[in-house]
Each structure stands twice: as structure tokens, then as C-alpha cells.
Write a new protein. Structure first.
Lengths: 250, 92
């Protein structure tokens, strides 16, 4: 078992280093226990960080879905008024939104998996720390410094291996989160630029496709009003109160 | 014999199963030496499944060092090579 043996040895070397430094092996117990509690705090913070990043991606998923739906509606509207060029533009943007959505969904799932693993690792570590604490008290109550060496060694190498394992899991989760953040930032930028038609932006942001469709609708309203003016008799230029020109139309 | 799968926890295996695991481990080692990523992933999957199938999970509250430590299921070849190459990489 060459690889597995070498890895086991690496973890053991790390535990032994801590023991070699101490004059009284029992000192190592308290020091190690403090480090364990710190690690547990770090793991819990790590879980919270990953969850925050996951929620950010979920928010973006919602935004991208809304953008895709809106672009779909716009494409239909554009086809309805004979503007294939606008419809094509809307569909192109919709396709971009959907491909970002697919990428983000994959990353969101990766983060969820990391969050779950880290949560379990934290629970495992907590149980081991509790076992260590019990054993630490027993060793301190039962053995002299000279006798304690082996027992301390066993306890410390057991927990040290767990700490190393959890530490690696933390590193992996941090790496994944960092990768994700770069992408999330890029998508925030994309949404903010209006290129994906962010219908969820505060203040009711109007994108250019919608502006063109609205302008066409506006144009036809004006044409209709103009036609109405031309058809109406000249007296409507000074309307009597209570009978506006629009009422005549209707 | 206690075997840890990184990121997953420890398993207890009967010493008799070691020969079978050794064959799988030799395949893993060969893949690492050859820099064969696909071979490494396949060998690691086989090795980890064998440990899970033949072992019993060590309860969370049991504190014991492992005789053998195996890479995490999703570990890439270069990560394992880095771990083996530099002991300073193991945190905690």
C-alpha cells in the first residue's frame, strides 16, 4: 500500500512534531485541545461562507431565469409587430442567459456538495474533539509525565489526523468558493450592463429591445391620434367643457 | 486495520483483505508514476469502493490514528502528487 502508507506517515509525522517540541507531553493535550476548538470554529465559519456563496448563485439563477423569460416574451412581441431583427436579438440574448444559467447551476450544485461535506466533517470533528477532551482529562488525572507519553501520542495522532483531513476539506471548499466568486462577479456585471435585460433591477430598468418595442407602440398611438385630429371637424379646436375630443372618438 | 478516506472518514478492515487492496494500490501507484489521469481516477474509484464495501465505518466518537490514508474520491492526480511531495501541505 505504498501511496496510502506514505499518506498515513505524513499525517503521523505532523502529530509527532508537536509532541517532540513539548517538555511534558501532558502540555500538548491542552495546547492541542485549544487548536481543535479553533479549527471547529473555522469549519463552522467555512460552512457559513460556502452557504453565502451558494445563496448568491441561487439569486443569480432566479435573475437569469427571469431575464430568459422576459426575452422570450419580447421575441414574441417583436415577431408580432414584424420586427424579426429585434426578435433575433432577443433570442440571441436569451440563449446567452440560458448558457450562463447552466454554468451557474453546475457551480451551485458543486458548492452545495462542498457545504454538505464540510458540515459532515464539522460534525465528525466535534465528536472527535469531545472524545479527545474526555481522554485528555483521564490522562491528566491518571498518569505522570513519564507514563503519559504513549497515551498522549495516541490521542494526539488520532485527533491530528482528523484535523489534517478537515483542513484539507476546508482548503478545497475555499478554492471552490473563490472560483465561483469570479464567475458570480462576471455575471453580476453582465446583468448590470443590461446585456441580459435585467428585469429585476430596481427602478424598472428598460432595456433597448423593450425601448424599441415601446417606441413602435407609441408611434402607432400617435398616428392614430393624428388620424383622429384630421377626421374631426374644426370646432374641436376649442372644445366645450365635459366633452373632450377623445370622447367623440369613442 | 484502520483506513481513512480523506474527506469521508475512517473504516476498519480485516487484515485478510489487505492483499486485494495491495493489488489495487499498485495500479494507483503506477498511474501516479505514469502521470495517467484517467487511469488514476479509475484506480482510485476501485480502491475506495473496495474499502467501503469490505470495511465498517469507524464511529465518529472513536479517536484513533489510521494505518493507511487514501485520497478523497474527487482528488486529482496532481493534488495527490503534491500531497506526497510536500508534507507541509497537510494543514491542521
Amino acid at each position: 500500500m505504498s501511496i496510502a502508507r506514505r499518506l498515513a506517515l505524513l499525517f503521523r509525522v505532523k502529530a509527532n512534531k508537536a509532541l517532540d517540541r513539548a517538555e511534558d507531553p501532558r502540555e500538548v493535550l491542552d495546547y492541542s485541545y485549544e487548536r481543535q476548538l479553533e479549527m471547529l470554529t473555522r469549519v463552522r465559519r467555512g460552512v457559513a461562507d460556502v452557504a453565502t456563496s451558494r445563496r448568491r448563485l441561487e439569486l443569480q439563477q432566479t435573475q437569469l431565469r427571469q431575464a430568459a423569460d422576459r426575452l422570450q416574451t419580447q421575441a414574441q412581441q417583436a415577431v408580432g409587430v414584424g420586427r424579426d431583427d429585434l426578435a433575433r436579438e432577443a433570442l440571441t440574448r436569451r440563449s446567452a442567459a440560458l448558457s450562463e444559467l447552466a454554468a451557474i447551476t453546475a457551480q451551485r450544485d458543486t458548492l452545495q456538495a462542498e457545504e454538505d461535506k464540510l458540515t459532515l466533517a464539522g460534525q465528525r470533528l466535534q465528536a472527535k474533539i469531545e472524545a479527545f477532551r474526555t481522554r485528555k482529562e483521564t490522562i491528566k488525572a491518571t498518569y505522570t509525565a513519564a507514563e503519559a507519553q504513549t497515551r498522549v501520542g495516541e490521542a494526539v495522532s488520532g485527533i491530528s489526523e482528523e484535523m489534517g483531513d478537515v483542513g484539507l476539506a476546508m482548503q478545497r471548499a475555499e478554492d471552490k468558493t473563490a472560483q465561483m466568486q469570479a464567475r458570480a462577479q462576471a455575471i453580476d456585471g453582465l446583468l448590470a450592463s443590461g446585456a441580459l435585460d435585467d428585469a429585476t433591477a430596481p427602478g424598472g430598468h428598460r432595456d433597448d429591445i423593450q425601448a424599441a418595442l415601446d417606441a413602435m407602440a407609441g408611434d402607432s398611438d400617435i398616428e392614430r391620434e393624428l388620424a383622429a385630429l384630421k377626421a374631426a371637424p374644426a370646432v374641436t379646436a376649442s372644445p366645450t367643457a365635459g366633452t373632450p375630443p377623445a370622447a367623440k372618438e369613442a | 486495520m484502520i483506513i481513512r478516506i480523506l474527506g469521508e472518514g475512517q473504516y476498519e478492515l480485516a487484515d485478510g483483505t489487505l492483499d486485494q487492496l495491495n493489488i489495487l494500490d499498485a495500479t494507483l501507484q503506477a498511474a501516479v508514476d505514469a502521470g495517467d489521469r484517467a487511469g488514476f481516477a479509475a484506480a482510485l474509484r476501485a480502491l475506495l469502493s473496495a474499502v467501503r464495501d469490505r470495511g465498517t465505518a469507524v464511529p465518529d466518537e472513536v479517536l484513533t490514528a489510521s494505518d493507511l490514508v487514501l485520497p478523497a474520491p474527487e482528488a486529482a492526480l496532481q493534488e495527490v502528487a503534491a500531497l506526497l511531495g510536500d508534507e507541509g501541505l497537510i494543514p491542521g
